[in-house]
Design a protein around this ligand. Structure first.
Ligand code: PLP
Length: 411
């Protein structure tokens, strides 16, 4: 009989042993401790538009409020019909005709669909090719599903475009999928047609599923056009992930989707598994699903934020300029998304542990950024800076970072 005087500790499952998600790890806990002690922290660490004064379009709020009284029950597991139709029509308007209503699964954010897709796709020991740096959920969810995330290089000097030769060299018999994040978090890269065609070609030749995370697709700068991977081939099974968290600024609603295109018959068994998992969680939050049709069906441009004079563009410009003026710091221009991924020259800043470095910056200057290691980047010489704060706040925050780095150089 079990003793009550020494109850066994309750431990996390061994499945979590190698699962990491350091963008919300010890650094954030330290920031929370400091805030509880009365410090005001400037947060340049999470891509959450609302707290920085980016409000959702009125129609999106109204769509949700109006439907609230009728959204009390579960919906179809894959999502309400109007939302799935809106997603299908949205892709059709982008020239992608193969995504029907039944090819769309609505989830509680893209996050839920990433985890669900990897659970449905990956067997123990299977490999998924993931960019480095990455959005760390891709690596964490692959590991949790029993697979192995194999990281491919993106070339900093080439604006962080993926290295096709490296991707090709990593393919093995166990490789199931190829992840692309475009526009990219954390680098801000937007992939060229040539690179996308190269990735599609690799997926085609090795029978890989292409997993295209395009949640930032509307957020591009400098006249750069985003191309949907699904629009560039019809013979590769492509899963396109997107949602309302970023361009529609309602990250808290948890509203996203995955849309399947390409030779779906080849993927019938996988889709059966995905449907089972979707059924098991009943459905996504129904009120937030009602925001999808009004978002995608209404005025969709975010030109007022990303064209000259637009807030997001001005903030990116300022952050890019200020960071690149710090001695020993270089930064590739972000062509999209909400982030910069500056490099701190190791000759000037010999950082041994980038997480400790970021915690020191936090303690001394009350600035919260993320360390490159949190994005599965192999060296300790990069940081991720979020460009959502106002120009004034970015000026203060990066000014304080520059002071910290000056002290560091003089150590
Ligand atoms: N994919 C990328 C590349 C992201 O940056 C994020 C959030 O930051 C997500 C997915 C998750 O988005 P959601 O809020 O839809 O779960």
């Amino acid at each position: 009989m079990a003793s009550t005087s020494h109850p066994r500790p309750i431990r996390q499952s061994s499945k979590l042993l190698n699962v990491r998600y350091d963008v919300r790890g010890p650094i954030l806990e330290e920031a929370q401790r400091m805030e509880a002690a009365g410090h005001r922290i400037m947060k340049l660490n999470i891509g959450n538009p609302a707290p920085f004064g980016f409000e959702a379009p009125d129609a999106v709020l109204k769509g949700m409020i109006q439907h609230l009284p009728h959204a009390q029950g579960y919906s179809d597991s894959k999502g309400i019909y109007s939302a799935r139709t809106a997603v299908s029509q949205y892709y059709e308007s982008r020239g992608i005709r193969q995504i029907g209503v039944d090819d769309v699964f609505i989830g509680n954010g893209v996050s839920e669909m990433i985890s669900m897709v990897l659970q449905a796709l990956v067997d123990d020991g299977d490999e998924v090719l993931v960019p480095s740096p990455d959005y760390p959920l891709w690596t964490g969810a692959t590991t949790l599903a029993g697979g192995r995330a194999v990281h491919y290089r993106c070339v900093e000097e080439e604006g962080w475009q993926p290295d096709l030769e490296h991707i090709e060299s990593l393919v093995t018999e166990r490789t199931k999928g190829l992840v692309l994040i475009n526009p990219n978090n954390p680098t801000g890269a937007v992939y060229s047609r040539e690179i996308l065609m190269g990735m599609i070609d690799i997926a085609r030749r090795h029978d890989l599923v292409l997993l295209a995370d395009e949640i930032y697709e509307k957020i591009t700068y400098d006249g750069v056009r985003h191309l949907n991977a699904a629009g560039l081939s019809d013979d590769v099974v492509t899963l396109t992930f997107s949602g309302l968290s970023k361009a529609y600024r309602v990250a808290g609603y948890r509203s996203g989707w995955v849309a399947i295109s390409g030779p779906k018959r080849r993927a019938a068994d996988f889709l059966e598994g995905l449907t089972l998992l979707s059924n098991m969680r009943m459905c996504a939050n129904v009120p937030a699903q009602h925001a999808i049709q009004v978002a995608l069906g209404g005025y969709q441009s975010i030109d007022d934020l990303v064209l000259p004079g637009g807030r997001l563009l001005e903030q990116r410009n300022l952050a890019q300029r200020m960071l690149s003026q710090i001695p020993g710091v270089s930064v590739q221009p972000a062509r999209g998304a909400l982030y910069l991924f500056p490099r701190l020259d190791p000759e000037v800043y010999p950082i041994e542990d980038d997480e400790t470095f970021v915690i020191e910056l936090l303690r001394e200057k009350k600035i919260l950024v993320s360390h490159g290691g949190a994005f599965n980047y192999p060296s300790t010489d990069h940081l991720r800076v979020v460009t959502l704060p106002s120009v004034e706040d970015l000026e203060t925050a990066i000014g304080r970072m520059a002071d910290f780095l000056e002290d560091y150089r003089e150590r």
